[in-house]
Write a protein that binds this ligand. Sequence first.
Ligand SMILES: [Zn+2]
Ligand SMILES: [Zn+2]
Length: 151
Amino acid sequence: MTFEEIKNTFIAYLKDNAHRITNERFLILNAALNMEEHFDADELYLKMKNDYLNVSRATVYKTLELMSECEILTKHNFKGDRTRYETKIGRKPHYHLICVNCNKIIEFEYPQIEKIQDKICKDNNFKMVDHTLQVFAKCNDEKTCKNNSGN
Ligand SMILES: [Zn+2]
Ligand SMILES: [Zn+2]
């Protein structure tokens, strides 16, 4: 999907839900799509400020919420960490392995997990609309893992 197509998806969503369509929102959309994996609202806000893009912090928070509602972004609540977002469009289903000490995140794909989830839905006569898997663990990176206690 091109940026224009994503933008049109977003405009349609804003219209359908009677949200204001402003240039500020498109600046945020563009900046969010250019962020590295799993970012939070403040990281995006600071990045935009550093790039001399004049947006309010509240609008960044609100617009990220809207972008996740219309499925341009996925919203994650990793245990004990701030709400994080990542681009959803164009990405394969993947899961997250999270270090509980330093919040390092490893992404992994594992198609068998999708099959199992599909089967569980079918067995219970449900139709799957979304799924998520987060594995919390301790990484073994002594150099970068801040609170590494050695176990
Ligand atoms: Zn991810
Ligand atoms: Zn760690």
